[in-house]
Design a protein around this ligand. Structure first.
Ligand code: 6PG
Length: 464
C-alpha cells in the first residue's frame, strides 16, 4: 500500500485481518512509524521505495491511496522504475476517469497491469469493509479478486465488490457514486432547512424526525449519520456542535466532475448539478450576508404548524427526490456505458452499493430489484416497481416545493427533482419554441413534426 493516511492504513489493517501479509510505504516517516507501532503480524511499513518493493512477492500487487492528480502520476513513475513487467498497480483514490484512461493505456504499453478502483466508505469502511469499484485490466482483477472479496463489506453474505468494466469504468462509477452522494447530502440539508426555518422544529425534534425516518424506507447511511449529528454536543456544551460549524461547504471535486461528465454526454442530472452549485454558493458568505440585509422573507409566509402530518408529507418528498437522485445517477451510467463502451452492469453496481459505501441505503434494494427485472432498463422511472412508490409520493413533493416557494425557504434540489420529473413525464416539452428562436436569430434551422429534413424560415419577412 502506497499512502499511509487514514484510508491506506485502515485498509492495510483490514487486509491483514484476513490473514494476508502486506507492506506499506509513505514518504512521511511519521506515518510509517505509526504503522509499525501497531506491531501487527503481517504488516510492515517502509519509507524507502526500493525496500518496500523488495519486500513483496512476484507478481507484486501494489495499491495506492494518494490524493488524485499529479501525485498519482509521480507515484506511478517512481514505482515502475522498481517494479517488473507483469506486476499489478491499483489506484484506489478518487482519480478523474480521463486520467485513469490515459494511465491504463500507458501502463499497458509498458507491460504493467493497471486497475483504477473506486473505494467508498470512509475510514470506517476501509477498516471494516468498504464497497469497491475496480475497473481496467480484467486479468489483474481476477488475480486480486480473492483479497478484495474478503476485505469488502458483505450484504446477505455477498461481498460489495465486482469488476465494473473496461479501462476507467471503476473510477467513472465511483465518480457517479459521489455525484449521488452530493445530491443526497444537499437534499438532507434542505430538509434540515424546512424543518428548522419552515416548521420551526428544535434540534432535538429534528433528531427525532431523522431517527424515525431511518427506521423506515429511507434507511441509509447518510440519514443515520445526519440523525447522530443532531444529537452531538461537545462535552459540557448546551448546543449542538452543528450550530457552531461555518455554513461554507467544501468539496474535493468529484461532484463537479460528475456534472461536467454528464454535460459532456448531454445527459441531465439536475439534482447533482444543483448540489454542486449550492456548495459553491455557500462559499459566498459575504455576499449572502449583504443580500440578507436587503431582501427579507415573504411577509405572508405562513408555514403550516409543525405536525406529524407535515413531517409525513416531507418524508414523501424526500423519498421522491432521493429516488430521482439515484435515477439520474443511474441514467448517467447508462449513457456513459453506451459512449465509452465500458460494459457496465447497472444491476451489479446497485448490488455492490448496498453495503460499505457512503450512499448505501434501503432504496438500493429496490434499484437492484428493478435491474433484476430488466437488466437493460433505460431509466429507473420506467420500472413498474419504482413507478408504484414514486407515484404515491408525488403529492408530497408538490406540497413541500410549493410551500417552500411561498415561505421563502430554499429547496433547489427538491425543486430540481420535481421539475425534472414534470418534464421527463411530458410527451411535449416547450423546446419547439427554443428551436424557433434559434432559427430566428441564428438561422440554426429546425425540424418539423412528421416531415423529413431541416427547415429555415426568414422570420422577419411577412408571411402573407
Ligand atoms: C466515499 C467518499 C469519499 C469522498 C469524500 C469527500 O465514497 O468514501 O465519496 O471518496 O472523497 O466524501 O468528498 P468531497 O470533499 O468532494 O465532499
Amino acid at each position: 500500500m502506497i499512502g499511509l493516511g487514514t484510508m491506506g492504513s485502515n485498509l492495510l489493517q483490514n487486509i491483514a485481518d484476513h490473514g494476508y501479509s502486506c507492506a506499506g510505504f509513505d514518504i512521511d516517516s511519521k506515518k510509517v512509524a505509526t504503522l509499525n507501532q501497531l506491531n501487527r503480524d503481517g504488516i510492515k511499513g517502509f519509507s524507502d521505495m526500493n525496500d518496500f518493493v523488495k519486500s513483496l512477492n512476484s507478481p507484486r500487487i501494489v495499491m495506492m491511496l494518494v490524493p488524485a492528480g499529479k501525485i498519482v502520476d509521480g507515484v506511478i513513475e517512481e514505482l515502475i522504475a522498481v517494479l517488473e513487467k507483469g506486476d499489478i498497480i491499483i489506484d484506489g483514490g478518487n482519480s478523474h476517469f480521463i486520467d485513469t484512461d490515459r494511465r491504463f493505456l500507458d501502463l499497458e504499453k509498458k507491460g504493467y497491469h493497471f486497475i483504477g478502483m473506486g473505494v467508498s466508505g470512509g475510514e470506517e469502511g476501509a477498516r471494516r469493509g468498504p464497497s469497491m469499484m475496480p475497473g481496467g485490466d480484467r486479468e489483474a482483477y481476477n488475480a486480486v479478486k480473492p483479497i478484495l472479496k474478503k476485505i469488502a463489506a458483505h450484504v446477505n453474505g455477498e461481498p460489495t465488490v465486482a469488476y465494473m468494466g473496461e479501462r476507467s469504468a471503476g473510477h467513472f462509477v465511483k465518480m457517479v457514486h459521489n455525484g449521488i452522494e452530493y445530491a443526497l447530502m444537499q437534499l438532507l440539508s434542505e430538509t434540515y432547512e424546512v424543518l428548522k426555518n419552515g416548521l420551526k422544529l428544535k434540534d432535538n425534534e429534528i433528531h427525532e424526525v431523522f431517527k424515525k425516518w431511518n427506521e423506515g424506507r429511507l434507511k441509509s447511511y447518510l440519514l443515520e449519520i445526519t440523525r447522530d449529528i443532531f444529537a452531538y454536543k461537545n462535552k459540557g456544551a448546551k448546543y449542538l456542535l452543528l450550530n457552531d460549524i461555518k455554513d461554507e461547504a467544501k468539496a474535493k471535486g468529484t461532484g463537479k466532475w460528475t456534472s461536467q461528465a454528464a454535460m459532456d454526454l448531454n445527459l441531465p442530472i439536475p439534482i447533482i448539478d444543483i448540489a454542486v452549485s449550492m456548495r459553491d454558493l455557500s462559499k459566498y458568505k459575504t455576499l449572502r450576508t449583504r443580500a440578507s440585509q436587503i431582501y427579507s422573507n415573504p411577509k405572508d409566509a405562513k408555514y403550516s404548524d409543525s405536525s406529524e402530518k407535515y413531517i409525513a408529507t416531507m418524508e414523501e418528498a424526500f423519498y421522491f427526490a432521493m429516488a430521482s437522485a439515484y435515477a439520474q445517477g443511474m441514467h448517467l451510467l447508462y449513457r456513459a456505458n453506451e459512449e465509452y463502451k465500458y460494459e457496465l452492469n447497472l444491476g451489479v453496481i446497485a448490488k455492490i452499493w448496498r453495503g460499505g459505501c457512503i450512499i448505501r441505503s434501503e432504496f438500493l434494494e429496490d434499484i437492484y430489484a428493478a435491474y433484476k427485472r430488466d437488466a437493460k432498463l433505460k431509466h429507473l422511472f420506467l420500472d413498474h416497481g419504482i413507478e408504484n412508490s414514486l407515484v404515491k409520493s408525488i403529492p408530497g413533493i408538490r406540497t413541500v416545493v410549493s410551500d417552500a416557494a411561498r415561505g421563502g425557504i430554499a429547496v433547489p434540489a427538491f425543486s430540481a427533482a420535481l421539475g425534472y420529473f414534470d418534464n421527463f413525464r411530458s410527451e411535449n416539452m416547450p423546446a419547439n419554441l427554443i428551436q424557433a428562436q434559434r432559427d430566428y436569430f441564428g438561422s440554426h434551422t429546425y425540424e418539423l413534426i412528421g416531415k423529413e429534413g431541416v427547415f429555415h424560415t426568414e422570420w422577419e419577412e411577412p408571411n402573407n
